[in-house]
Design a protein around this ligand. Structure first.
Ligand code: CP3
Length: 465
């Protein structure tokens, strides 16, 4: 199976860069339209053989590196007691609108195995069909986004009814969020049980809230979902649309991948979200209307920016538009694969046993000498703390305050992160026996250029506050 997507989710730098497209199974594909001529959208979602067929279409036609279950975030509204209609061109329409305690009390929690069995069957069919192809992503809508649809009765411009409930009846709003969180946890775990290999949580309308309100009214529920769904073997992707102002919150979420919309450059997003995040995104869906040469340049810029991220999964910054010519989507996938190959490390850079990020926290005295206090994120050993000393062109000394056992000689790819700047160096770690208070070892740098040495020297003089 092509596992580039799953490996990238887990933080491996993968070449070529994996790519999939939000709404990749959809109206821009004539093959999808053909099926939609016979059945309406919701029937399509509720018929496992057909839902599986359209899920596979973009995998076969475009050559994307992941499949996403064909369904909708609103699919469990009906079992909750809400009528859902999709009228051509109008978007979803939900009745009754949930605006009072009486309406809320009529809602039912879902039992995925019976209420949305068709979704679970679709997943099972897909896993069978995708065996030698690509991984399958399951998904759900985040509680706030679902709540907006339930309260407004559809899409909205101002979300006035949602905010009105949030401010004037916070208890009712919290009850609704609580119920939706329970449903989402059950629903996502059922998808994983059925075979979904990664999960994406869509918070499409997150951006309509201030960061203060998002933190207060929404974040606890997002955290509860992550805590109850994310597993080491199942990467969790969080996607919030129009949410640059929420990056300070999103940055601290315990997720594997952050999906970003098209508004901010990947470069800026990486510096806001941190170099230890896997980024998914973020070509403007409208860029697919550009002439090929310019489109190629835009793709190339995103790949260049993403060099700084822990890892990158290419995607659009929002769903592909029905007006998009399918050949442009094909061209996009082809370009991502071709253009990203050049970033693959060559020769000695490839042979690393561990990838370590040193986040430089501050300059300190350690054992009576100048040193740097660091936070360490190792791909093998996880999060640790320690000190760096004796930094020179040849190498440096590492002191770990976290006890671990490590092979005597480890080839590492070190990344020094200081503020928005970073430097990648290959090194060999010679590990010494631990003392009572710390473990220590010496790094010998490989291929350190004079320019890189300048950077390291600057670490000592930088104003670290
Ligand atoms: O990405 C995929 O290919 C998987 C399938 C998928 C759909 N909807 C199919 C769909 C996914 C992941 C979704 C998520 C979804 N649905 C979101 C979150 C993502 C986002 O776009 O921000 C939201 C907000 C919805 C709700 C929804 N569903 C709306 C607002 C609409 C109408 C607008 C539109 O694009 O038509 C839908 C309908 C819908 N969902 C279609 C598809 C393919 C079009 C249905 C058709 O064939 O007419």
């Amino acid at each position: 199976m092509n596992d580039t997507f799953l490996r990238a989710c887990k933080g491996d730098k993968v070449y070529p860069t994996p790519v999939w497209i939000m709404r990749q199974a959809g109206r821009y594909l004539p093959e999808y339209q053909k099926i939609r001529e016979k059945v309406d959208f919701l029937t399509l979602c509720r018929t496992p053989e057909l839902a599986a067929e359209v899920t596979l279409q973009p995998v076969d036609i475009l050559g994307v590196d992941a499949a996403i279950l064909f369904s909708d975030i609103l699919i469990f509204m009906k079992p909750m007691g809400i009528d859902l209609q999709f009228d051509e061109g109008k978007g979803p329409m939900l009745t009754p609108k949930i605006r009072s305690l009486e309406e809320f009390q009529k809602l039912r929690p879902i039992a995925p195995e019976t209420d949305v069995h068709f979704v679970l069957e679709t997943i099972k069919i897909l896993r069978e069909n995708l065996k030698d192809k690509v991984p399958l992503i399951g998904f759900a809508g985040a509680p706030f986004t679902l709540a907006t649809y339930m309260i407004e009765g559809g899409t909205s411009k101002s979300f006035v009814n949602t905010k009105k409930m949030m401010y004037s009846n916070p208890d009712l709003f919290a009850s609704l969020m609580e119920l939706l969180t329970d449903c989402t946890i059950k629903y996502l775990n059922a998808q994983i049980e059925a075979g979904a290999q990664a999960i994406q949580l869509f918070d499409t309308w997150a951006g309509v809230l201030t960061s203060e309100d998002y933190r207060h009214f929404v974040l606890p529920y997002i955290k509860r979902i992550i805590d109850n769904v994310r597993k080491p073997s199942i990467p969790f992707i969080f996607f919030a649309y129009d949410a640059v102002h929420l990056f300070g919150i999103i940055k601290d979420l315990h997720v594997d991948v952050v999906g970003i919309d098209w508004r901010l450059s990947v470069k800026a997003a990486v510096s806001f979200l941190g170099y230890d995040k896997v980024i998914q995104g973020n070509l403007d869906p409208c860029a697919l209307f550009l002439p090929e040469e310019i489109l190629k340049e835009k793709i190339s810029n995103i790949l260049e920016d993403a060099k700084n991220a822990k890892s990158h999964i290419f995607n659009l910054g929002h769903g592909i538009l029905p007006e998009c010519p399918p050949e442009k989507a094909k061209f996009l996938v082809h370009c991502v694969h071709e253009l990203s190959k050049k970033y693959e490390p060559v020769g000695s850079e490839k042979r690393t046993d561990d990838r370590v990020d040193f986040k430089i926290l501050k300059r300190v005295f350690f054992e009576g000498e100048d040193a740097l206090k660091i936070e360490i994120i190792s791909s093998r050993y996880g999060l640790m703390e320690g000190f760096l000393k004796d930094i020179s062109k040849g190498g440096m000394q590492l002191y770990l305050t976290t006890p671990i056992s490590m092979p005597l000689d480890t080839k590492v790819r070190l990344r020094f992160i200081i503020g928005a700047r970073q430097l990648i160096v290959n090194a060999v770690l010679k590990w010494k026996a631990p003392t009572d208070s710390y473990y220590s070892g010496g790094f010998r740098f490989e291929d350190l250029s004079v320019r890189d040495l300048d950077f390291i020297n600057r670490l000592y003089t930088a104003n670290l506050t």
